[in-house]
Design a protein around this ligand. Structure first.
Ligand SMILES: Nc1nc2c(c(=O)[nH]1)N[C@H]1C(S)=C(S)[C@@H](COP(=O)(O)OP(=O)(O)OC[C@H]3O[C@@H](n4cnc5c(=O)[nH]c(N)nc54)[C@H](O)[C@@H]3O)O[C@H]1N2
Ligand SMILES: Nc1nc2c(c(=O)[nH]1)N[C@H]1C(S)=C(S)[C@@H](COP(=O)(O)OP(=O)(O)OC[C@H]3O[C@@H](n4cnc5c(=O)[nH]c(N)nc54)[C@H](O)[C@@H]3O)O[C@H]1N2
Ligand code: SF4
Ligand SMILES: [Mo]
Length: 789
């Protein structure tokens, strides 16, 4: 179907809808990888990058955090379609030069979509928007650093906030947190705050460490693999190869997801003839089409059955756990009617799923954003560990918990101290190593940084990568908040929305990516990263940087540090910059488990960080035991004629970076402003497939009406009451204060919304930023009908 009316800025002119696919990868994936690579990089760069991607002597894929196989077991092409797209996006031959910025005012750039912005190529020079300016203009590095230093010195350290996105290397992360703490604050928010924070919080309390308890070999050997709220075919595509291998070894796979995602139905492995020309491998043995946020109830019902069947590991429970009896009592009392209502699943379906757990001697529990981005997400993750503990699935081969991380180094950044609530032992170690007492109060996370900017308490923002303005919730509030600051600074590879949501003064500092050579005074440098399974290894890029004016993250950060705090505490920034081995020596003495870092990280395949529950069933919790937790089943209240909306990723984006407009597996081509709705819901709303609607949030806690406009309804197999649309177009709908209990993670997967006929062609129609402004224009109470037609 083609849309003809207003589509300016949306890139939606060619939107077409087809049937969803029932398999993933295969020859199409290879073709798309090659096409995108050749388009963006040309043949020479394509060959140079793709042959070194994920190889022991090459560079680590900058996309997701899925682990690599052992060096002996890697293919010549050890990457997936989306890894290739990530490389192509970074190694793009196009350039956003000072002339480009002179041609386009900031307001002009802001009228374009995120997709268009990304297509303008790599930033070549440091750029500044001066106070009152309308354009970015080139600035020398020294002047840029001086501006930052001057601004930071004029503030109380807690008036500045320092964000990190999960692509930063361990070396840059370590240097960054050291600078921020030496400057005097723990305001180190990161993308994790919007991502697996609920996981980290829950696992810390239940097991004493917030990370996965398995390595890749455990996945291969598992009896049962549960995938809850995760779409690996798109977001961790090489995980499908691991799942295929596990299936060949006899594993069963249980998918828990409102949607039947193509990647879990059938996988055509491009590495094998069977995948390229044959039938592929069926992956999931069972799919539970759960209602949005029904997972906690589901896990408790499964727990109830395991207790009834005595399918428990009594020895593990006895020896290693606390509060089992409380949990047992609680789940035994779980009410089936309530479970069926909240999950949308029948008792029979749940019983069949529970039998898979009963019959498995080694279960791996995987999950991602479908679990973590809800109000009660921390409790849901604790419910996963309850099940793992009940059957002794921690600290034995082929079993464990596997929260599948997002950005390639989001886990490593945390290990290196990018954390607003870093534990005391880490700060003590910094003090021992560097001889200064770092600030001890917790800093601001992502949400609280926005609140701080909104309330005028935070006046400076620095982003090490990422796209803070566009990735965070409540775009209107966030944009206004950022615009109130004295200065916004972004260390980035490409232009994104955050560069256009400027403080009084704004700087863009262009940086090298993973694909690029990094040569410093002591010679060529390498960097290191940690994947989802705590495995740390090195990375070194083959390409020349996009311009001689672009600096590495370490160079930029150490120079900001020098310009701000000079040689305070005798910190030798130049030494660290000239030779990254100096940084790694500090890491080896500060970060637990990193002894011998220089040698171990450089070894082919790297090394695995210690994990007490995995290694020795040691639980560093308050009780010294694995903790069972008891949580109430809470159903989200969705009024009649309203839906619960989850916001997720298409197959052609990396978070806010929109590679293209194809969500092939779900049958969406040529556009992104679609909302997937159950057929019965569409009928009840008196609408039909193909109608255009505005989406409005129903949120009782404030009186803002949040609207995102002009989405095409797509009838889709999603449970009744559960709808879906892409992120970040829908971020204006997520209220800032709607975040998970304890973890403060935005509730991006459960927003109560209503749909109303679109005000097509209205002046408010535009990209996320303009949608966001609409909510500003409509400050009226939620209960009033928001009808715009
Ligand atoms: N190519 C590519 N790779 C990526 C990313 C990317 O944008 N593009 N992003 C990276 C990042 S930062 C992250 S965090 C990960 C994200 O990886 P995912 O978590 O897989 O990402 P989402 O697209 O948000 O998908 C969430 C899945 O959860 C399901 N879901 C939604 N609500 C619920 C629920 O209530 N219960 C259950 N059981 N399921 C639910 C959705 O249908 C969807 O399949 O991927 C990383 N990798
Ligand atoms: N509604 C909704 N909102 C969400 C989510 C959701 O599911 N729904 N997911 C949340 C999640 S899981 C996450 S992780 C966040 C992501 O939030 P962010 O991490 O802030 O966003 P990204 O889109 O990953 O950041 C992309 C930008 O990083 C820069 N960049 C790319 N490579 C490099 C590099 O090598 N170095 C540097 N310095 N910069 C680089 C580029 O300029 C690019 O524009 O969004 C969250 N927001
Ligand atoms: S699975 Fe993730 S890390 Fe591996 S190649 Fe694909 S995108 Fe890159
Ligand atoms: Mo993420």
């Amino acid at each position: 179907m083609t849309r003809t009316h207003d589509s300016r800025d949306y890139d939606e002119a060619d939107l077409s809808i087809e049937k969803p696919k029932t398999h993933a990868a295969g020859p199409t994936a290879v073709a798309v990888s090659m096409k995108r690579s050749l388009e963006r990089m040309g043949p020479v760069r394509t060959a140079r990058t793709l042959l070194e991607l994920n190889q022991a002597e090459g560079f680590d894929c900058m996309s997701c955090a899925w682990p690599d196989p052992d060096p002996g077991h890697r293919h010549a092409a050890e990457f997936c379609e989306n890894g290739a797209k990530a490389v192509a996006e970074e190694a793009d031959k196009r350039r956003a030069t000072p002339e480009f910025f002179a041609r386009h005012s900031i307001a002009d750039l802001d009228s374009h979509s995120e997709h268009w912005l990304g297509q303008q190529g790599r930033i070549t020079h440091p750029m500044v928007k001066r106070s009152g300016g309308t354009h970015y203009e080139a600035i020398g590095w020294d002047e840029a650093f001086d501006l930052i230093g001057e601004e930071l010195r004029s503030l109380h350290p807690d008036e500045a906030t320092f964000y990190t996105s999960g692509r930063a290397s361990n070396e840059s992360a370590f240097v960054y947190q050291l600078f921020v703490r030496a400057y005097g604050t723990n305001n180190l928010p990161d993308c994790s705050n919007m991502c697996h924070e609920s996981t980290s919080f829950a696992l810390q309390e239940s097991m004493g460490i917030g990370k996965a308890s398995v390595v890749l070999d455990d996945v291969y050997g598992a009896d049962l693999i549960i995938l809850a709220g995760q779409n690996p075919g798109t977001n961790h595509p090489r995980m499908l190869s691991a799942l295929e291998k596990a299936k060949q070894n006899g594993a069963k796979i249980l998918a828990i997801n409102p949607l039947r995602e193509a990647g879990l139905i059938n996988f055509k492995n491009p590495q094998t003839p069977r995948g390229m020309v044959g039938p592929g491998t069926d992956l999931e043995d069972m799919h539970l089409p759960i209602r949005i946020n029904g997972d906690l109830a589901l896990f408790q019902a499964i727990g109830k059955l395991l207790v009834e069947w005595d399918a428990l590991d009594h020895e593990f429970i006895e020896k290693y756990t606390n509060n089992f009896d409380l949990w047992k009592q609680h789940v035994s009392a779980v009410d089936w009617d309530e479970v069926e209502t909240v999950t949308g699943l029948s008792r029979g379906q749940i019983t069949d799923a529970a039998k898979l757990l009963r019959d498995s001697k080694a279960t791996v529990f995987c999950w991602a954003m479908g679990i973590t981005q809800h109000r009660n997400a921390v409790n849901t993750v604790k419910e996963i560990t309850n099940l793992a503990f009940a059957q002794g699935n921690i600290g034995k081969p082929n079993a464990g918990v596997l929260p599948v991380r997002g950005h390639s180094n989001v886990q490593g950044d945390r290990t290196m101290g990018i954390w607003e609530r870093v534990p005391k032992h880490f700060l003590d170690a910094l003090e021992r190593e560097f001889g200064f007492d770092p600030p001890r109060e917790n800093g601001l996370d992502t949400i609280d940084s926005i609140r701080g900017m909104r309330d005028g308490k935070v006046k400076f923002f620095l982003g090490l990568g990422g796209n803070f303005a566009q990735a965070t919730p409540d775009s209107t509030v966030t944009f206004d908040a950022m615009r109130k600051t004295n200065m916004t600074v972004h260390i980035s590879t490409k232009i994104n929305r955050s560069h256009l949501v400027t403080g009084d003064v704004a700087l863009i500092l262009p940086t090298k990516g993973r694909t690029e050579k990094d040569i410093q005074a002591s010679g060529p440098q390498w960097i290191s990263v940690e994947d989802s399974t705590c495995s740390v290894h090195s990375s070194r890029g083959p390409l020349d940087p996009p311009s001689p004016h672009v600096k590495s993250e370490v160079e930029i950060l150490t120079q900001i540090a020098e310009a701000t705090i000079g040689d305070r505490y005798g910190l030798d920034w130049k030494g660290m910059r000239d030779d990254y081995r100096t940084i790694r020596q500090h890491i080896s003495r500060v970060v637990p488990g990193c002894e011998g870092y220089e040698v171990n990280a450089r070894r082919p395949g790297g090394f695995v960080l210690p994990h007490p529950p995995r290694d020795s069933r040691t639980f560093q919790t308050e009780s010294g035991l694995a903790e069972f937790f008891v949580s109430p089943i809470e159903a989200l209240q969705v009024p009649p004629k309203h839906l619960l909306l989850q916001t997720f990723r298409s197959h052609d984006q990396f978070n806010t970076t929109i590679y293209g407009l194809s969500d092939r597996y779900r049958g969406i081509e040529g556009g992104r402003r679609v909302v997937f709705v159950n057929r019965g819901d569409i009928a009840e709303l008196g609408m039909k497939d193909g109608d255009f609607v505005d989406i409005t949030t129903k949120w009782d806690d404030d009186d803002v009406v949040r609207v995102a406009e002009n989405f095409r309804i797509v009838e889709y197999q999603t449970p009744k009451g559960s709808a879906a649309a892409y992120y970040p177009e829908t971020n204006p709908l997520v209220p800032l204060d709607s975040s998970a209990i304890d973890s403060n993670c935005p509730t991006s997967k459960s927003i109560v919304v209503s749909l109303s006929p679109a005000t097509a062609g209205s002046p408010g129609v535009g990209h996320g930023g303009q949608d966001a402004m609409r909510s500003d224009e409509h400050h009226k109470t939620q209960t009033e009908p928001v009808h715009l037609s």
